[in-house]
Structures are given as C-alpha cells and as structure tokens.
Design a protein. Sequence first.
Length: 364
Amino acid sequence: MLIRGEVMNNIKIIALDNIKEIGKEVNAKLNKLRSTSKNYTLNITASRFSNGEGKVKIEDSVREKDIYLLADVGNYGITYNMHGFTHHMAPDEHFQDIKRTISAISGYSEKITLIMPLLYQSRQHKRKGRESADCAIALQDLQNLGVDHIITFDAHDPTISNAIPNLPFENFYPTNTILEDLLTKEDLKDILVISPDMGATERARYFAEMLDTNVGVFYKRRDLTKVVNGKNPIIEHTYMGPSVEGKDILIVDDMIASGTSMLEVGERLKKEGARKVYFIATFSLFTEGVEEFDKAYQNNYFDKLYTTNLSYIPEEYKEKDWLHTVNCSENIAEIINALHEKESLKPLFNGKEKILTLRKEKNL
C-alpha cells in the first residue's frame, strides 16, 4: 500500500510546448496546494524532420505514474521550419502531438488524463449535410489510444461527450474565476447580462443568476444563401430584452474568433445609452488580429475585454489597455489534485459564496 508521500510522487505533469508557461504555474500551484517542493513535470522532447513530420520522446520514466497531459491546440505562436519556410502550427498539428505523446506513454502509465482547455475541433461539433464529424472522431481517437479521462473548459457544445459515452469527460466553466476578477477590479453599478446570440443564452443566464440581474439576447439574422469563411454572414443583430440605457453591460460568450460580431453589438449598445460595455469570453482567438478592437476601444464602443489564459494570446496583445487576462492555472492545479486524491470535482467550481461576498462589498 502506498503512503501519502509515495502517492504524491506518483503525480506527473506533461506540458507540451504549446502550454509550457501554464505547466510551470500548475506545478508551482500544485506544490502550494500540497505543501511540497517537488518537480511534478516530466521532460519531453518534440521534434520535426525537415519535411514537417514530427515525433515525441518522453525523457523520464512514466511507469506506474498518474499522468496529466496538458495541451493548448490553439497556440499558433509555435513555429517550425519546413522546406525552408517558417510554418505556424495549426490545431491539427497540435492534436497530432497529443496523440504522439499518448502513444509514447500508453500501456506504461497508471492513468492518463488529458487536460485540453480549448477542445480540439469544438466548433465542428455537429454535422450539417455531408460534413465531417471532426470533434467526435477526435474524441474517439483519444479513447482508442488509451486516454482514461478528458478535461476541457467551456466546450462549444458539451453534448459532444456523447461521442464517448464510456469515457469520463469533464467540462468546466471558469465563470466564477472571471467574475471574481471582474467584481474586484471594476466599479460596476446597474448590471445587465447580454448574450450575443441565441446559442450563448444558457451561459448568460448563469452569469445573471450569480449577479441577481436580468438577461438580454441578440438574435443574429444570417444570409443563408452565402457562405463566408465557413459561415453564413450576419445581416442584422436584433436585440430582445430590457432597456440598456444607463446600464453596465456584460456580453458573455465562450469564444471570440475575429470579434466582428461582438464589436458590432458593443457599438450598438453604447449608441443606445449603455454606461459601460464589458466583453467576457473564455477564449479570445483574435483570428483577424486586434486592430478593430483598438479602433472600437478608441471610439468608446467597449470598456474592457475579460478573457482567460487557457489558450494562447500573444504577449503584445496582453499589454493592451482594453484586455484583462484572468489566470486559471490554479483551477487546473486544483483539478489535478482532486482527481489524484479521488475527490469530488464539484466543490472546485462552486464559488457562489465568494461572488455573493464580493457583491455585498460592492453593494450590487
């Protein structure tokens, strides 16, 4: 029988190159949680041949270890050379490195838990016509490779877990962590939570319940006769909900891609008399850069964007006055600690009491 110290030595973290900084923070926070001073991180080498093919090598023993594999499939800041060109890694390539890593340790470790905050292919979560079912197939691939548990954050569609009904799949929302930062740093008054589209209404409702306030929603009318960048373009945003005049607006969504839709909504709300407008998104991809955000901020169409560090954001973006990044590394460390100790995960994200305390302090 393992004693407690031996059990803790059994924890090992593998942080791929695309999530190294979070890996270091998780290691430090895990030590703090456990009152230890250990290095829980395993050394790993990911390399590529000149034609772009890759391989992964685990440098330390994984035998009988409780492995927690961390990966950010959205990190386009990782590059490699191929045929003389500098190539930025895409989600597909990051996912291949995940599979390579699992194949290198499967059969030797005690357990493999994949912590992938930004779920791979989460935007291709369902078929329309003869489309590929990418997210479902990816999850089944992970199961077949020997993954024992999958952890993700704010999945675009949590029901995608139905693709792997016999594999534990946990979807966490960093809502309370974001709200703590927001309520601590901002001088909010009369709050109204707004969903930028019909798909985000449940998320908006949860924010509203935590803040004891009302919800509004925008309906996106799309041109179904056209497809631009894989989507039907938006013709009009129609608002349904209470008056926004004099309100502090929180527009909440799981993900900002280009941000065009969010910026249009923010501009409209400011023109209709909103006092302040805050964007809140777990993942901010900035697929078209941040120039339009800079312009909108200068025009006072929004006041701040609150996002998390769960997926890659370039350092120069983090310095923007309008961007605040919420650190969720402690959440990951708490998840690892609870899973290893076979404790319930539910209490980790039940931060209602803390939010109520902050509301009381702010008279909200």
